[in-house]
Write a protein that binds this ligand. Structure first.
Ligand SMILES: Nc1ncnc2c1ncn2[C@@H]1O[C@H](COP(=O)(O)OP(=O)(O)OP(=O)(O)O)[C@@H](O)[C@H]1O
Ligand SMILES: [Mg+2]
Length: 265
């Protein structure tokens, strides 16, 4: 916040002074809030002899408001899609489709998939808000990354073997990371899950972890469809998907990489 006080005797000059001040100091502002408090120097009946202007740059507040509005509208949309589908299939079953056992079974499967999607979406949103709200994490300890990876890979084996995908790991021995082990697992699972999901049949995934210039570098690479360069800047945004149809049909919520970013931060 910036407090700018001026004493003015000619009110016609106020606007010009203010305009020049704003143009000079806030050329790229997304919004300013200006409060004007008149100063009375000569008692109750005196005319105003000056004013104190308080100018507040509200660009960040506006940006945050916009992010919050977009988030709420995205969440609503994402929750509505599977719910609409569930209600549609329940209605069709009620209208007689349940009498055909095969059709009923198929519809129940779809309802199950959509309900699972809802569940995943809600748990991803809860995870994000838990990571965001936790300022102090008491579970930070040094962890051996090779050992952590041995616990993570079995979780992803089923998805990998369904697509006949080979996962290889190059992790230097003795590499340790001070972190919350659950968060690191979550981070790795999200990255490797993507590498499997957006890979081709019988493809491969390679995980490399090494130290370089005091930093730990985790690299997960795959030989799948890849991410076109123009999408990279937005890939960590909540609900952002390169191919909305494809990701949704794969059950993705578009929150995985956003969770990864929050964990790293
Ligand atoms: N390894 C990858 N190869 C190709 N595209 C990817 C890869 N990883 C992510 N993407 C693209 O980035 C988007 C965002 O990924 P993210 O993990 O945030 O969401 P998701 O996988 O769609 O859903 P979720 O992870 O929440 O189930 C994906 O929808 C996909 O389009
Ligand atoms: Mg994902």
């Amino acid at each position: 916040m910036l407090i700018f006080g001026i004493v003015i005797s000619f009110s016609s000059r106020i606007t010009r002074i203010l305009q020049n001040f704003i143009y000079d100091n806030y050329p790229n502002t997304g919004g300013l809030k200006v409060h004007v408090n008149p100063i009375n120097s000569g008692g109750e009946h005196a005319s105003h002899t000056g004013a104190i202007l308080t100018i507040q740059d509200i660009t960040n507040i506006k940006k945050l408001e916009q992010i919050r509005t977009e988030f709420v509208s995205n969440v609503t949309h994402e929750l509505k899609t599977p719910l609409t589908s569930i209600r549609g299939f329940v209605e069709t079953l009620r209208n007689g489709a349940f009498e055909d056992k095969n059709v009923a079974e198929k519809f129940l499967q779809i309802i199950d998939i959509e309900a699972e999607r809802l569940y995943m979406l809600i748990s991803d949103i809860l995870q994000l808000s838990e990571i965001e709200n936790r300022t102090v994490d008491e579970n930070i300890k040094p962890h051996d990354l090779k050992l952590l990876m041995e616990q993570i890979l079995p979780i992803l084996n089923e998805a990998a073997s369904k697509k006949n995908i080979k996962i290889t790991c190059d992790i230097e021995c003795g590499l340790k990371l001070r972190a919350n082990s659950d968060r690191i697992k979550q981070l790795m699972i999200n990255l490797i899950d993507n590498a499997i999901k957006y890979n081709k049949e019988s493809g491969s995934v390679n995980i490399r972890v090494c130290r370089s210039e005091g930093r730990l570098i985790i690299r997960v690479s795959d030989i799948g469809i890849g991410i076109p360069a123009e999408h990279i800047p937005r890939i960590f945004e909540r609900f952002y998907r390169v191919d909305k149809g494809r990701s949704r049909s794969m059950g993705g919520t578009g929150l995985g990489l956003s969770i990864v970013k929050h964990i790293v931060n």
